[in-house]
Design a protein around this ligand. Structure first.
Ligand SMILES: *[C@@H]1O[C@H](CO)[C@@H](O)[C@H](O)[C@H]1NC(C)=O
Ligand SMILES: *[C@@H]1O[C@H](CO)[C@@H](O)[C@H](O)[C@H]1NC(C)=O
Ligand SMILES: *[C@@H]1O[C@H](CO)[C@@H](O)[C@H](O)[C@H]1NC(C)=O
Ligand SMILES: *[C@@H]1O[C@H](CO)[C@@H](O)[C@H](O)[C@H]1NC(C)=O
Ligand SMILES: *[C@@H]1O[C@H](CO)[C@@H](O)[C@H](O)[C@H]1NC(C)=O
Ligand SMILES: *[C@@H]1O[C@H](CO)[C@@H](O)[C@H](O)[C@H]1NC(C)=O
Ligand SMILES: *[C@@H]1O[C@H](CO)[C@@H](O)[C@H](O)[C@H]1NC(C)=O
Ligand SMILES: *[C@@H]1O[C@H](CO)[C@@H](O)[C@H](O)[C@H]1NC(C)=O
Ligand SMILES: *[C@@H]1O[C@H](CO)[C@@H](O)[C@H](O)[C@H]1NC(C)=O
Ligand SMILES: *[C@@H]1O[C@H](CO)[C@@H](O)[C@H](O)[C@H]1NC(C)=O
Ligand SMILES: *[C@@H]1O[C@H](CO)[C@@H](O)[C@H](O)[C@H]1NC(C)=O
Ligand SMILES: *[C@@H]1O[C@H](CO)[C@@H](O)[C@H](O)[C@H]1NC(C)=O
Length: 348
């Protein structure tokens, strides 16, 4: 009994020790965050569920502002959190640009910023965040082009810039981002050609560049993206024919090509894929439905011809029979052709 009591006590103590997480930790860095969190300056932000601290440093911030809880700009002092690895920042009442000071957060692995009044340009300084794996800046009102420094972020797995007002060309340097799994830059105003170097990004699973102003042809190199699952090129100004190389994309689940100026017909290699294909609103494209309607018209004509021939033959046969019957009845007295039941009998 004593031993059991002893074991239970040890079990409870060990459990208690392990459940002591480091929420009691404090960080001087809280001074940069407490205004944002709407707390007094002495508040220990490491206790807040939105913040994670380690060894007296803030390492994670996940802030989702309800409509009226914070109104202001993204504080540039966040750039002082040199151990920050994860920053998620969402707020519809946040106004103004991304402070260039965020380029000092060189431990950052994940950066998400979204707010319908966040504007300005994407700071060149973000190109210094060399550990960055996920960069998501969707649904803001950023203008200008993607700073060329971003093509140095070779650890990037996910780049999301969708639904902004970005413009300019996508340079061949995009091909540097060999770890990219997801590229979503849809619903902006990017123009120029789709760089063939995109075909080098062999880890890519999602490529969404729809709703821009890309022109020129679809590069056949996209057929090298053997892991691609979603390819959305719709709503651009793409011309030329659909490259049959896209038929190599055996993992593709959806292929969106609608609302372009594509021509030619759909390559048989693509029809063979087990892929949902969206091709509407390409006036010059010979689509399957056109082919189908041509085929169905042909079938209808053929059926009509067969029917007509059938009727004609049947009519002729009937006429012949009637004529024969008339002859037979006229000759009844002389010759009986008889019927199936009776063998012909010659009347002498
Ligand atoms: C830390 O402890 C608090 C209360 O003791 C608990 O609510 C919280 O979930 C714990 N956090 C982790 C990461 O264990
Ligand atoms: C608490 O933090 C210290 C370092 O500050 C660390 O060594 C220790 O493992 C942490 N304890 C828990 C339960 O996470
Ligand atoms: C925090 O950052 C600002 C601007 O980047 C800088 O002026 C200030 O000296 C920094 N403060 C500390 C304590 O590092
Ligand atoms: C960003 O939005 C604010 C508020 O609407 C405006 O005052 C400011 O001029 C805008 N900045 C840019 C660079 O567009
Ligand atoms: C950060 O980037 C800016 C502009 O791209 C550059 O001028 C600056 O030297 C970089 N800072 C560091 C510390 O690398
Ligand atoms: C990319 O990184 C290299 C080496 O770190 C540097 O020399 C170059 O200036 C960077 N390019 C841009 C556009 O920031
Ligand atoms: C980062 O991006 C990768 C690739 O798209 C994705 O699998 C992963 O879930 C993302 N991480 C986070 C924390 O969102
Ligand atoms: C998009 O960019 C083109 C130039 O490539 C420009 O003429 C057009 O006005 C832009 N559209 C919008 C909505 O900004
Ligand atoms: C990337 O693709 C381009 C054009 O498709 C090709 O010329 C180049 O050699 C490729 N670069 C690498 C590093 O594979
Ligand atoms: C694509 O658009 C650019 C301007 O944005 C133009 O210079 C170029 O000639 C166009 N290319 C094609 C093939 O239409
Ligand atoms: C990529 O595709 C192009 C054109 O379809 C082809 O010539 C090239 O050899 C491919 N490159 C690789 C690395 O598969
Ligand atoms: C698409 O490109 C053609 C020329 O290639 C041009 O005449 C037309 O204005 C472009 N359409 C749009 C919406 O940019």
């Amino acid at each position: 009994m004593n031993i059991l009591y002893f074991l239970v006590t040890i079990f409870i103590s060990v459990k208690y020790i392990y459940s002591q997480n480091n929420t009691s930790e404090e960080s001087e860095e809280c001074i940069y965050l407490n205004k944002l969190l709407n707390k007094e300056s002495s508040y220990n932000c490491c206790r807040n569920e939105k913040i994670t601290c380690l060894n007296s440093h803030i390492t994670r911030i996940k802030i989702y502002f309800q409509s009226q809880s914070y109104c202001g700009s993204i504080p540039f002092e966040l750039g002082n959190l040199s151990n920050l690895e994860f920053l998620y920042f969402y707020g519809d009442n946040i106004i103004g640009p991304i402070p260039p000071e965020l380029g000092k957060l060189t431990s950052l692995v994940y950066l998400f910023i979204q707010g319908k009044y966040i504007n300005g340009t994407i700071p060149t300084e973000l190109g210094n965040l060399s550990k960055l794996e996920n960069l998501s800046l969707p649904n803001n009102i950023f203008k200008g082009s993607i700073p060329s420094s971003l093509w140095n972020l070779t650890k990037l797995k996910e780049l999301v810039l969708s639904n902004n007002k970005l413009s300019g060309f996508i340079p061949p340097e995009l091909g540097n981002l060999l770890n990219l799994e997801s590229l979503k830059i849809q619903d902006n105003n990017f123009s120029g050609n789709i760089p063939p170097e995109l075909g080098n990004l062999s880890n890519l699973k999602i490529l969404e560049i729809n709703g821009n102003n890309f022109n020129g042809t679809i590069p056949p190199e996209l057929g090298n993206l053997s892991n691609l699952e979603i390819l959305d090129l719709s709503g651009n100004n793409l011309t030329g024919s659909i490259p049959p190389e896209l038929g190599k994309l055996t993992k593709l689940k959806s292929l969106y090509l609608s609302r372009n100026n594509l021509s030619g017909s759909i390559p048989k290699e693509i029809k063979k894929l087990n892929t949902k294909l969206y091709i509407s609103n390409n006036p010059l494209l010979e689509t399957e439905s056109n082919n189908n309607s041509v085929i169905s018209i042909l079938i209808i004509i053929a059926l009509f011809l067969i029917l007509a021939t059938g009727i004609t033959i049947a009519y002729k046969k009937t006429k012949k029979k009637i004529v024969e019957e008339e002859i037979s009845s006229r000759n009844k007295n002389k010759i009986s052709f008889g019927s199936k039941n009776h063998p012909p009998v010659c009347i002498t």
